[in-house]
Design a protein around this ligand. Structure first.
Ligand code: GDD
Ligand code: MN
Length: 377
């Protein structure tokens, strides 16, 4: 697996810019970026453009500017494609003690480039669209929806990674080289930041708000392939990183204990409520909801205590309810169906059908108020 070497680090800051078909944007981008960086880090920075042999000749345009902008380095990859691997490729050639990534189409503002590498004591500093003062600009409703879905999925699958940031999908960030040096990195698709968070030695993180700007020229390279790659990336990170086998087993056991406690709570509330509300359906509905609340409380406080993300407890509870809806409906339907065919309360709540009557001995089901057994044919 590729990794970033520990050195050399004769520069302070190396900013990597992945490009594919950005000829129309790259010149203005490089001039403005070098202007900002020269003001903050004179002679101590480089901008490494990693271009995947763009058919529009982006690499040629970059090469033509190198005489005028000596801090610009160019890597032209001819065998590979992909945003995230391009960024790693750039970091592998880079000489800075701090490594960064930014889009080359001008959608990321350059202003945070002054603040990000200075975030004191942070291993990773991330430009965020989702904290106060940040925004996603004028994205289409579809893109907003897909982005929100991707955030939810990442919170579900890799909460201990994505829950640490308000914008875990950001493409604008800097990381201390020492925090990722020699860590194996193997991303697919776009989300290089998830890879850094998941596989790096990231202890302290900082965030700086930014507004995602409108694309002036050209178009986004995101296609359905990037969404498939994103799912693949989540699975890879889930099974390859993070807490390790022991941590995962611990979390699984805590989850199982909480689930079992929920079954007990469901039973107790059903038995307590039935005589009070007098109606079995509502008693069961109440029991299910109290059990969901029980499971939420303990999972939130205990199973996933380290990965609660940024939302409020109420939002987390509503989300948990939503995630439980299908299971709760199946539980309720099964309970009612089993009661109808004559299972007693305890068996029905365990999801067990009533014992079959045996024709030879003439014994009957132990259910109360159940229908007669069907005639033998
Ligand atoms: N080398 C290389 N290879 N660069 C690429 C490739 C590739 O295969 N695909 C895209 N890029 C470059 C683009 O040329 C641009 O400089 C940058 O990566 C971002 O690509 P866009 O296609 O413009 O991405 P976007 O604007 O839709 O998405 C951005 O915002 C997302 C926020 O949700 C990116 O910053 C994403 O990383 C970010 O997640
Ligand atoms: Mn873009």
């Amino acid at each position: 697996m590729p990794s970033v070497p520990a050195g050399p680090t004769d520069l302070l800051f190396s900013l990597v810019v992945p490009t594919y078909n950005e000829r129309a944007n790259i010149e203005a981008f490089l001039r403005r970026t070098c202007g900002v960086l020269s003001a903050h880090y004179p002679d101590k920075y480089e901008v490494v453009v990693v271009d995947d042999d763009s058919p529009d000749g982006t690499w040629e345009a970059v090469a033509a500017l190198q005489g005028e902008l000596p801090a610009v380095q160019l890597v032209r990859r001819q065998q590979e494609r992909g945003l995230a691997t391009a960024v790693i490729c750039g970091w592998q050639q880079a000489r800075g003690a701090i490594l960064g990534a930014i889009d080359g189409d001008g959608q990321h503002p350059r202003k945070p480039l002054g603040a990000l590498p200075n975030a004191r004591g942070a291993d990773l500093a991330v430009g965020s669209r989702y904290m106060g003062g940040g925004s996603t600009g004028d994205w289409s409703a579809l893109r907003l929806f897909l982005s929100a879905g991707a955030m939810r999925l990442a919170l579900l699958w890799i909460p201990e990674i994505s829950g640490r940031l308000s914008d875990p999908m950001s493409g604008l960030f800097v990381v201390r080289r020492a925090a990722i040096a020699d860590c194996p990195l193997s991303p697919v698709g776009y989300k290089i930041l998830l890879e850094v968070m998941g596989r790096g030695r990231i202890e302290r993180v900082a965030e700086v708000a930014f507004a995602f700007d409108r694309r002036q020229r050209g178009h986004s390279k995101v296609t359905w392939r990037e969404y498939v790659a994103f799912l693949q990336h989540l699975l890879r990170l889930r099974f390859a990183t993070g807490e390790g086998a022991v941590g995962r087993l611990g979390r699984f056991l805590r989850f199982a204990v909480v689930g079992t406690s929920g079954v007990a709570v469901d039973f107790a509330v059903l038995l307590l409520l039935r005589p009070v509300v007098g109606d079995e359906i509502w008693a069961k509905v109440g029991a299910i909801e109290v059990a969901i609340a029980n499971n939420f409380y303990w999972n939130d406080r205990w199973t996933f205590a380290d990965a609660q993300g940024h939302s409020s407890p109420l939002m987390r509870f509503l989300r948990f309810n939503l995630a439980c809806t299908l299971g709760a409906l199946i539980n309720l339907t099964l309970f009612l169906a089993l009661r109808r065919i004559g299972a007693n309360l305890v068996l029905a709540n365990l999801g067990r059908s009533p014992p079959r009557p045996s024709g030879t001995t003439g014994s009957t089901s132990n259910s109360i108020g159940g229908p007669d057994p069907p005639p033998e044919t």
